[in-house]
Design a protein around this ligand. Structure first.
Ligand code: NAD
Ligand code: ZN
Ligand code: ZN
Length: 365
């Protein structure tokens, strides 16, 4: 029997989200229904609501989730009802060119559920990042369920499903931060602080947290930042100079832009050492432009300019390891959870995110 559950829906660009009755069908071949126990509020949910991702309203929001497999469809053998899972938005296909070349984190044919979840009048919902998890039951592709050790509580585990994995992976996988590196992270929200935690795990010895908000900089120290830089009122050049000053005038080996705006990216570009790496993990909106950068600067400074989708992660490889590191006390994932809220509190959580009051609000069921 299909489920009828209350889910957080964004009906129109910029309008407040609403709780709506959502019909969740029984899983078809290759699909699974998951009982969601917790789902974090990510900035990407806000991007969806504001029309910054695409115009396919109405959206079913929520995508940083953990829970228990409830039912599986025909042909599903790798998970079973009762399994504890983190949902992922990279269920790799195994057969596309990227997968066959041994780089499945670039898979361009990832699986999502094929049946839609709908409103009671039959309107199809667009699930955020192919998940949609601000509701008690959701329908996903079975490959979107990654089994992990159930000793980690859902509110903490779910965050690995998006923002925290994106930040950790931006440092470890994309930026290839290693022992002795200097790293600057611009924007210390959930994603940026995870990049700081990733740089710490990888052995970076100088880690500069950059934000416009002193509270965020204070929290960043808890993830391993060795220096902080408040850029409020500073010009791009002043930001670059301050990072150079903290790195013996060289600039950082790796600069991670976890904001995703032209000015933060330009600062990242110029604040790295010659032949250093820039990693863009914050998501720009389609209207943003980089103007007036001399092409010779790209040539003469060398190095690598990369972007990081989901931290170049492979959920089946990375989630279980990160959960183990947390359980061993080596990765403070619980510090990302600022507050636990109920499913009718997402609009308020967006406000607190906008005002910088939280790292992550997590809806618990
Ligand atoms: N690439 C991916 O796979 C991926 C995954 C999840 C989220 N994201 C994106 O990462 C970004 C950050 O997400 P979040 O959840 O951490 O958001 P957040 O709102 O919690 O944090 C953003 C932080 O950036 C700071 N900031 C804003 N403008 C700044 C500026 N000009 N200079 C310095 N600091 C500034 C804010 O004070 C805040 O601390 C978003 O764009 C989000 O969509 C990307
Ligand atoms: Zn593939
Ligand atoms: Zn997210």
């Amino acid at each position: 029997m299909p489920y009828e559950v209350q889910g957080v829906v964004s009906r129109a660009k910029g309008e407040p989200v609403s709780l709506e009755t959502v019909l969740v069908p029984d899983p078809g071949p290759g699909e699974a229904v998951v009982s969601i126990k917790a789902c974090g509020v990510c900035h990407t949910d806000l991007h969806y609501k504001l029309g910054g991702i695409n115009d396919e309203f109405p959206f079913l929001l929520g995508h940083e989730a953990a829970g228990y497999v409830d039912k599986v469809g025909e042909g599903v053998t790798d998970i079973a009802p009762g399994d504890y899972v983190i949902l992922n938005w990279r269920a790799v296909c195994g057969t596309c060119r990227a997968c066959k070349r041994g780089k499945p984190w670039y898979c361009f044919s990832t699986h999502n559920a094929t049946q839609p979840m709908t409103l009671t009048d039959g309107t199809k919902l667009s699930p955020a990042l192919g998940i949609g998890a601000f509701l008690e039951k959701t329908l996903v592709h079975s490959g979107q369920c990654t089994k992990v050790n159930p000793d980690i509580e859902p509110a903490v585990a779910g965050l690995l499903g998006c923002g925290v994995m994106a930040g950790l992976g931006a440092a470890i996988n994309t930026g290839a931060v290693t022992r002795g590196d200097s790293v600057a992270v611009i924007g210390c929200g959930g994603v940026g602080d995870a990049a700081i935690a990733g740089a710490t795990l990888a052995g970076a010895t100088t880690i500069i947290a950059v934000d416009q908000d002193d509270r965020k900089l204070e929290w960043a120290k808890g993830f391993g930042a060795t220096h902080t830089l408040n850029t409020k009122g500073k010009s791009e050049d002043e930001v670059v100079e301050a990072i150079q000053t903290l790195t013996n005038s060289f600039g950082a080996d790796v600069v991670i832009d976890a904001v995703g705006r032209p000015e933060t990216w330009r600062s990242a570009f110029y604040a790295r050492d010659l032949a250093g790496t820039v990693v863009l993990v914050g998501v720009p909106t389609p209207d943003m432009r980089l103007n007036d950068m001399p092409l010779i600067d790209f040539f003469s400074r060398g190095g690598q300019l990369k972007s990081s989708w989901y931290g170049d992660c492979l959920p089946s490889r990375d989630f279980p390891v990160l959960v183990d590191l947390y359980l061993q006390g080596k990765l403070p994932l619980d510090k990302f959870v600022t507050e636990r809220i109920s499913v009718d509190g997402v609009e308020g959580a967006f406000d607190r995110m906008h005002h910088g009051d939280v790292l992550r609000s997590v809806v618990v069921f």
